[in-house]
Design a protein around this ligand. Structure first.
Ligand code: TXA
Ligand code: MG
Length: 364
């Protein structure tokens, strides 16, 4: 049992973080404690990567199994030598194109990296975030910061300090609050230790832009199955990449995911919303702007994700909207699927996971 501690939330300037606040947070990390900090993707729950006892606190606070490895966050490329042997040409090209930014590279593990950070794997995940608060904190600690998303295990990642508080109040001493995260979905995890560079988790850097630098980057393995997923098959693929379980991002409320043409998804969702409301259920809908009015007329509680043709908008509001509908105590959430271009691949991935891997086909 974790004994409750007091959680302090401190506002910090997102562009020019106050040195005294950063120093206070770095002091906690130095002393082997955990601190929640903002990144451009989602909030992270950080600890000094070289203090195993501090890493253990991350797993306890999140309720996360040790089989799920952590990402080490760095503020400059010189710190890479603490984490991994000499970089390949490929890794150098990717780092110079996308760091700082929402790309995580899976690299060979250096001897100093604790096994707790890598779940015993011989690889280590590394990223250089671009959020000024994250960078300032890593620099002040003068050591890489291991950090998973700052949510309870299996819950949706947090994109505001309030989301973190809802999940981790009483479990962490300090949350640095710099407002909403810009990208809204987690970083792309790219495995550079497999035969071909392979995306393990689509995220803030798209497949298309990665391929502009390294043409043979492979999409996530389950991707071919998207649309009509065979849950059993996808789960068995998922086991090979830690943290890729299809239930990873499950919201507390069941989510029904519809796929097909815009019109057929709309018709099928409206029918489902009406049927369930007639049965007395409280229905929530995650809708694109163009469908908001239609679903509001149906009496469902509607949260607008943004313009369906602007995946960056949808990504930045997705987790906030999932949490808002959970908080409104709807009994089921209906959502349409989105196109897979650009950030769309990450959106499809998170929705598929929130739906437990099941998709309702509605024809085209
Ligand atoms: O945007 C992000 O990546 C956020 C912010 C805080 O940086 N972090 C994040 O961490 O999403 P987490 O722990 O929630 O997700 C990290 C993912 C997991 O799916 C984990 O399995 C995978 O990265 N991962 C970490 N190390 C790995 C490794 N050595 N090999 C394969 N996958 C790894
Ligand atoms: Mg996570």
């Amino acid at each position: 049992m974790l004994s409750e501690i007091e959680t302090e939330v401190i506002r910090v300037d997102a562009t020019r973080p106050e040195a005294s606040i950063i120093e206070r947070a770095a002091g906690l990390l130095r002393a082997g404690n955990v601190v929640v900090f903002p990144t451009e993707t989602v909030y992270g729950l950080g600890a000094d990567v070289f203090q195993p006892a501090a890493l253990e606190r991350i797993f306890v606070a999140k309720g996360r199994p040790h089989s799920d490895p952590l990402i080490a966050h760095i503020a400059d490329e010189a710190s890479l030598e603490l984490l991994t042997p000499a970089l390949s040409e490929q890794a150098k090209r990717l780092a110079s194109a996308f760091w700082p930014g929402p790309l995580t590279l899976v690299l060979p593990r250096g001897p100093r990296v604790p096994h707790l950070a890598t779940a015993g794997l011989e690889t280590v995940a590394v990223r250089m975030p671009r959020h000024p608060v994250a960078l300032a904190l890593i620099r002040a600690l003068a050591s890489p910061i291991a950090a998973p998303s700052a949510n309870r295990f299996m819950h949706v990642s947090p994109t505001t300090a309030q989301h973190v508080l809802a999940d981790l109040a009483g479990r962490v001493p300090l949350i640095l609050d710099a407002g909403s995260c810009e990208v809204g979905v987690e970083s792309t995890v790219l495995d550079l230790c497999s035969e071909q560079p392979t995306i393990l988790r689509p995220g803030g850097v798209s497949l298309e832009v990665l391929r502009a630098i390294i043409p043979n980057v492979q999409p996530p393995r389950y991707r071919q199955a998207l649309g009509t997923v065979d849950l059993a098959e996808s789960e068995s693929v998922a086991q090979h990449s830690p943290g890729q379980m299809l239930t990873h991002y499950a919201p507390a409320v069941p989510l029904l995911l519809f796929d097909g043409s815009t019109e057929s998804m709309r018709v099928a969702m409206l029918e489902e919303a009406r049927r369930r409301q007639t049965g007395g259920e409280r229905v929530g809908v995650l809708a694109a702007d163009e469908d908001v009015a239609t679903f509001q007329q149906s009496g469902a509680l509607v949260c607008s994700l943004g313009n369906a043709a602007a995946p960056a908008q949808i990504a930045s509001s997705l987790f906030r909207c999932l949490r808002a509908l959970e908080d409104a105590r709807v009994q089921v959430i209906l959502c349409r699927q989105f196109d897979d271009g650009g950030l769309g691949l990450a959106i499809r991935d998170r929705l598929l996971k929130a739906a437990g891997g099941k998709v309702i086909g509605t024809g085209s």
